[in-house]
Write a protein that binds this ligand. Sequence first.
Ligand SMILES: NC(=O)c1ccc[n+]([C@@H]2O[C@H](COP(=O)([O-])OP(=O)(O)OC[C@H]3O[C@@H](n4cnc5c(N)ncnc54)[C@H](OP(=O)(O)O)[C@@H]3O)[C@@H](O)[C@H]2O)c1
Length: 281
Amino acid sequence: MPWDLVTLNSDTAQGYRNEGEVGIALHESGLSRGDVFITTKYSGFDGLDIPTAIRNSIDNIGTPYVDLYLIHNPRLAVPDIPTAWAEMEKVVDDGLAKSIGVSNFGVQDLEILLASAKIKPAANQILLHPYVYQQQAPIVKYAAEHGIIIEAYSALQPLTKEPSGPLDAPLNEIATRLGATTDQVLLAWTRAKGAVIVTTSSKKTRLEGYQDAGDIELSKEDIAVIDAAGALGEKRITARIGLRKFGVGVLVGVMVLGLCSYFGVRIDKSLWDLLLCSIVR
Ligand SMILES: NC(=O)c1ccc[n+]([C@@H]2O[C@H](COP(=O)([O-])OP(=O)(O)OC[C@H]3O[C@@H](n4cnc5c(N)ncnc54)[C@H](OP(=O)(O)O)[C@@H]3O)[C@@H](O)[C@H]2O)c1
């Protein structure tokens, strides 16, 4: 099926330590450079700065340029976002990347970046699936308003990492009705949110299934049902994470109290405050 939305995309990163393997695969595949869209990311590894890291990356991959170069996380934009972005712009000027972008940036991070950018980021690669949609909706909206493509990673997490949640029933119902698989329905939902999907599989049949997901158009009702189940799951996951943190805090508090009592250390007010803080946080 000719599907212009599918690109043979190699999404790698300095941080994945697999750029060399991508280069070998590209070479052994016999594909020409123009057939593959290569993304890599600045992950701040080995204390390297952006100009050095990009040169290492293209050497590792064995390509004269990458199609897209991303800052892996706003934390890595040092000493600050405007300075790091100016270095990214130099990467384009030097012909080492066709486009530049960011990953895991929030609205505030992009506001800072856009205030001084000469080149607008082409893309923001973010975690996106129905169980995080409520928290990610503002950045999805902001990116759309500013012409920045949202690339969605881990779109299949509701199946792979959070199975047996509120999404299971609607995904199964929609998949059965449309003669599709649940992963295809999730991919169709992600596309419906305007995102470009960055996914992977070690299995040929699944990769073919991903391609066919391009034919699936979800109705407004289907999308609304998935949104609602996602929001419910998101609340539960947030509560579970909060409870887990609370439990760890209580455990640490009890251990500290036990150690203090064992060694006869008096607990003054500031230590109490610290303990309470670690439990409540
Ligand atoms: N920028 C960032 O910070 C960041 C973070 C994470 C990921 N990424 C990028 O996004 C890419 C995809 O990330 P991801 O692996 O988390 O994404 P994903 O698209 O959620 O999951 C893909 C994985 O799901 C498995 N899978 C597919 N369908 C399934 C099904 N029906 N049941 C069970 N398992 C199924 C596949 O395993 P099989 O091999 O068994 O098919 C594959 O390993 C990564 O390779 C990376 O390039 C970027």
